[in-house]
Write a protein that binds this ligand. Structure first.
Ligand code: FNR
Length: 186
């Protein structure tokens, strides 16, 4: 059972990258965890390149999803939606038509922003995009507002309630991942 955690931010000191790492650290001990760090290398989506031989950055993203039994994405909010690079990568993953790497894959969505709202609009958009691409979007929301204060030392959530909520989301996506794995094996 492998959980892939992904941040939608390319920024070195990103709050969402910290949140993705915190989420990964909450996975049960028997879960293999991978933090995908290649988002910045995913090439701009171009349908002319969208063949079985996708360019290497896009192929690496698709491979990470194909290795995953469950995924958790921490998204920033840019102008009330998700960052372009995250959307770009998901566009690659959703193709070729009828063979989306996201089909049936359990994905949990969380997010952090420096504003009072915790990237809730971006999270809603991300859920919509994932659903349209065939993913099984897991219930549960975590909006970390005022992230520069809420994430201490880039490594833990200051609010124990937020920490508990994140643990429950990780457990939920892992449970769905295990069920997905069993269904594939049956
Ligand atoms: C932002 N930010 C932001 N925040 C928010 O709550 N709603 C928004 O619509 C936006 N829009 C926005 C656009 C752009 C281009 C940038 C660069 C930033 C602020 C954003 O939440 C903040 O920069 C976070 O720190 C970004 O997440 P990471 O990089 O820390 O993970």
């Amino acid at each position: 059972m492998r959980l892939v955690a992904l941040s939608g931010s390319l920024r070195r000191d990103s709050h969402n990258s910290a949140l993705a790492r915190i989420a990964a650290g909450l996975a049960p001990g028997d879960v293999e965890v991978e933090v995908f760090e290649g988002l910045g290398e995913v090439e701009p989506y171009d349908q002319d390149l969208d063949t079985p031989f996708a360019p290497p950055g896009a192929a690496a993203f698709r491979d990470a999803l194909e290795r995953a039994d469950a995924v958790i994405i921490a998204t920033p909010e840019y102008n009330s939606s998700i960052p372009g690079q995250l959307k770009n990568a998901l566009d690659w993953a959703s193709r070729p038509l009828g063979d989306s790497a996201l089909t049936g894959l359990p994905v949990a969505v969380i997010g952090a922003s420096t504003s009072r709202f915790g990237a809730v609009w971006a999270q809603a958009d991300l859920r919509k995009i994932l659903g349209a691409s065939g993913a099984r979007v897991v219930d549960g929301e975590l909006a970390i507002a005022q992230a520069d204060d809420a994430i201490a030392e880039g490594s833990r959530l200051r609010d124990p309630k937020a920490s508990d909520a994140l643990r429950r989301i990780v457990e939920a996506v892992v449970a769905e991942g295990a069920a997905h794995l069993q269904a594939l094996a049956a």
